[in-house]
Every structure is written in C-alpha cells, then in structure tokens.
Design a binder for this molecule. Sequence first.
Ligand SMILES: [Zn+2]
Length: 104
Amino acid sequence: MTNLPEPPIELLPCPFCGYNEPSSPHYDKDDELWVICCGGFDCCTMTYANSEPTVIERWNTRATDSRLEVAIGALTEASLVLPKGMALKSVEYALATLTGKDGI
Ligand SMILES: [Zn+2]
C-alpha cells in the first residue's frame, strides 16, 4: 500500500486586495499561532488560528452581504409569478438599488 500525496491546499485570493498567492499556512513560534499572510503589495492582511485546518478555514471564509441574499430571494419569488419582461425589470431595479446606480 502506498501513501497518497495530500491534495494541495486551496487558498482563496486575499479578500481585501485580491492577491492570488497568499503564503502557505505556517506556524509562528513567537505568537504560537498558525498564520496565513496575504503577501500582496502594500497589503498586510493576516489570519491567525490555533491549528492549521482552522487558519485555512478562516482565510477562506467570506462574509455574505445580507442585502444581496434578500434581493435574490425576492427575485426568485418574483420570477415565479411575474411575466418574463416584468421579472427582468425587477432584476434591473434590484441591481440598480444595490449598486446605487440609476441606470434604468
Ligand atoms: Zn491582500
């Protein structure tokens, strides 16, 4: 029986600057914590945790915009009952409201 290599760790880009090559998780002996650093130019984003799996999970966790979830729910309901043209207008209105652009 052979040992299979571990799958590569997949880290999302930095949530603030979008840099796509954050550091691999490493143990910081001074702070006694696991850390992932962004590494992007002029970006100091770091995530800390007590274990490697937790620091990876924290780095890859993104907040969701509750307004967007509400809008998607409303649009889904609207698409079920409205004629196609009206549903499209509802989508355009919702997007304009969320983005603050009055493009309709
Ligand atoms: Zn960054």
